[in-house]
Ligand binder design. Structure first.
Ligand code: SAM
Length: 272
């Protein structure tokens, strides 16, 4: 499992280069994309595609190659394989077959962003990408509202604005976030502050919506318990899709608050 750069091509390790030179074959998420990096490094090895659309079928064929004695390297388009990237079914099958899987560590956007965020890193929760649809995103964010560890998301240029807006709606406008954009690249920027402030800066500047993003969000502050307003906000979202009883039941599971009290609030909100 070989990490490759997340932008700056110098962020490849000497060990990664040596191993890529030596293996029988290189498995790549997008062979054309990775060929550019390999050409830059002067490496020419046979390649095989392993991406999210073929990884279940391709993994069996790859296991056969490994059992025949081939040594294979897996790389993804950027960063560490399997981190929001293909490879999990293959690694699991390798383990089941007793095939050695060796990490060649290096860049990963989640770790790079955390290391410059200024937010606690002793405990963090990596959430990959948030749901694309707004309703699902809001409901999902509700499940993270009481998380006290730092939370990290990956985000694309298409949704960075909406996601920040939704984080402000669910977590409150004052929740601290850090938006790390284009890390290790020419247009690297790191915006930090209250989420409504960072959201405004992203809205005001078109350039701040371009490229690749990691959002690092502070965990719930110790003094930020559930207030009636928070429960109402959650219930209002759930009531858009569900009848009162189900909305109250789900809200109780998410918040840990009493179902009966939530049912009464949901009833009042639905009438209101
Ligand atoms: N495997 C990669 C890793 O180890 O970071 C992540 C792959 S995931 C498909 C791609 C996402 O990672 C992007 O949409 C973005 O959220 C994040 N990302 C990758 N490179 C980045 C960079 N240079 N700056 C900020 N975020 C980046």
């Amino acid at each position: 499992m070989i990490a490759t750069p997340i932008g700056n091509r110098d962020d490849i390790t000497l060990r990664a280069i040596n191993v890529l030179r030596e293996v029988d074959r290189i498995l790549a998420e997008d062979t054309r994309h990775s060929r550019r990096l390999l050409d830059h490094l002067g490496i020419q090895r046979p390649m095989l595609a392993l991406h999210e659309h073929n990884e279940d079928e391709a993994s069996q064929r790859i296991i056969d190659l490994l059992l025949q004695g081939e040594s294979l390297a897996l790389i993804s388009d950027a960063g560490t394989p399997l981190i929001s990237d293909p490879g999990f079914p293959l690694v699991r099958q390798c383990r089941e077959h007793g095939i050695a899987v060796i990490p060649i560590p290096g860049a990963s956007a989640v770790i790079a962003a955390l290391s410059v965020s200024g937010l606690p890193t002793d405990r963090f929760r990596f959430e990959g990408f948030l749901p694309r649809k707004q309703q699902a995103r809001l409901t999902y964010l509700q499940t993270l509202r009481r998380e006290t560890a730092t939370v990290v998301f990956y985000e694309s240029s298409h949704r960075i604005e909406e996601s920040l807006k939704d984080i402000a709606e669910v977590m409150g406008a004052q929740r601290h976030v850090v938006v790390a954009r284009e890390l290790t690249k020419v247009h690297e920027t790191v915006l930090a502050g209250a989420v409504d402030d960072v959201y405004a800066r992203v809205c005001d500047d078109e350039n701040q919506r371009k490229g690749e993003f990691v959002v690092v969000m502070a965990g719930m502050p110790a003094d930020d318990g559930d207030s009636p307003g928070d429960a109402d906000a959650l219930l209002s979202v759930l009531l858009e899709e569900l009848p009162v009883k189900q909305a109250a039941g789900l809200a109780a599971r998410i918040t840990g608050l009493k179902k009966n009290a939530l049912y009464q609030r949901a009833l009042a909100l639905s009438k209101g």
